[in-house]
Ligand binder design. Structure first.
Ligand SMILES: NC(=O)C1=CN([C@@H]2O[C@H](COP(=O)(O)OP(=O)(O)OC[C@H]3O[C@@H](n4cnc5c(N)ncnc54)[C@H](O)[C@@H]3O)[C@@H](O)[C@H]2O)C=CC1
Ligand SMILES: N[C@@H](CC=O)C(=O)O
Length: 353
């Protein structure tokens, strides 16, 4: 049986949900996917860090009500988050990076990924910072160390837009995309349409685990801007940086704007898009758009995301699915590990070689 030892960096909604899945689904994963996951380390800014080479009980991790510095009570634990030691020294095959997204320079997550890859460990992440701001460097580093840098959850949570575009639509010739790429703002717009005020709607999105640590990133479009950069660079071969993408969020939309749109059979949506122009240059933008109800993206509600991929050979292909949520995003991490598992020789095979 293949067991992947994993180290969790950040133990908030997403990594906690992954630990919860591990607690119940390991036997099923062994039968269906051919591996189990074993948590050998966790490091979190608030809780501290712990290394346990034989593995930590995932149920204990999710059910114990740890307070600040609480990992210090565990054997092998410390009340300080020593991410660097955990990443470099814990006996992990895979480092799971799910700390907060820093839209400015991606740190400290970029360093977390760099340390792991340099140490010959695979990285799976849902963190948009390292992917939008340092993907080229991290992919090259992974390649040079014979490991993988995987990040399906960085866009549309567990909905597999990047793998779909890369693998299943290979050769379809991608020309551009437009979509709803932020669950929180889409949820907020829907709740406002139902009569709720803006800040109560944002609070609901936070409670449901959709929002960023600072929800300004969601409502001002900065989160979508990172996702536009990621998709443009991945799908269109661009080399965009966040500052190349114009960005306006939903915070200036008033209840009156939303009501008026509804009366006129329209709906506001925060749309992220990019396209290659005739000059070959890829241009991206984020802005609220008033869509007629017949528009394919107008009916996408709640934290659901959708993106229409514009291809030369197939025309428009739209993928819809969860764009945020703890378990949904933890699934993206599992899908990255499946991708690693299906293309990497097992540890046993490596040892036998
Ligand atoms: N929640 C969602 O629906 C989605 C989240 N993401 C991304 O996944 C990542 C994790 O998201 P959540 O778990 O929802 O966030 P969260 O805010 O619930 O958890 C983040 C955790 O990271 C810890 N942390 C922050 N800085 C740290 C540091 N320097 N070292 C160690 N720990 C640190 C915090 O204490 C917190 O426990 C974020 O980057 C987010 O943008 C991506 C797709 C969807
Ligand atoms: N805060 C983000 C989470 C996923 O990236 C969102 O609401 O879409």
């Amino acid at each position: 049986m293949t067991v992947y030892n994993i180290a969790l960096i950040g133990f908030g909604g997403v990594n906690r949900a992954l630990a919860g899945l591990i607690a119940t689904k390991n036997p099923q994963w062994e039968r269906q996917l051919g591996f189990q996951l074993n948590i050998v380390a966790v490091s979190d800014l608030y809780l501290g860090s712990v290394i346990s080479p034989n593995g930590l009980d995932p149920r204990m991790l999710t059910e114990a009500n740890f307070t600040k510095g609480g990992f210090g009570q565990l054997s092998g634990g410390s009340s300080e988050a020593d991410n660097e030691t955990v990443i470099k020294l814990a006996p992990a095959d895979i480092v799971v990076e799910a700390t907060f997204t820093n839209p400015k320079d991606g740190e400290p997550a970029v360093s977390h990924c760099r340390w792991a890859l340099q140490a010959g460990k695979h990285v799976v992440t849902t963190n948009k910072g390292p992917v939008a701001l340092a993907a080229q460097e991290l992919k090259a580093l992974a390649k040079s160390r014979g490991v993988r840098f995987e990040y399906e959850g960085a866009v549309m949570s567990g909905t597999p837009v990047m793998r779909l575009a890369d693998k299943t639509l290979a050769g379809a010739e991608m020309k551009g995309f437009e979509g709803i790429l932020n669950g929180t703002s889409n949820f907020v717009l829907g709740r406002m349409e139902g009569g709720l005020d803006f800040s109560s709607a944002v609070k609901e999105a936070q409670a449901l685990g959709y929002a960023e640590a600072d929800p300004t990133a969601d409502v001002e479009g900065h989160d979508v801007r990172l996702k536009v950069v990621i998709l443009a660079n991945e799908l269109l071969g661009a080399n965009l940086k966040p500052e190349d993408v114009t960005c306006e969020g939903i915070s200036r939309l008033s209840p009156h704007d939303i009501e008026t749109a509804a009366k006129e059979n329209c709906r506001w949506k925060l749309i992220g898009s990019a396209a290659r122009g005739v000059d070959g240059i890829v241009v991206g933008s984020v802005a609220p758009k008033r869509l007629a109800l017949e528009h394919p993206l107008a009916g996408v509600g709640g934290a659901t995301n959708a993106v229409s991929l514009n291809t030369e050979l197939l025309g428009s292909v739209t993928i819809t699915g969860p764009g945020a949520g703890r378990v949904e995003t933890a699934y993206a991490l599992l899908s990255d590990i499946v991708a690693i598992h299906t293309t990497q020789p097992s540890r046993e095979a490596k040892e036998a070689a």
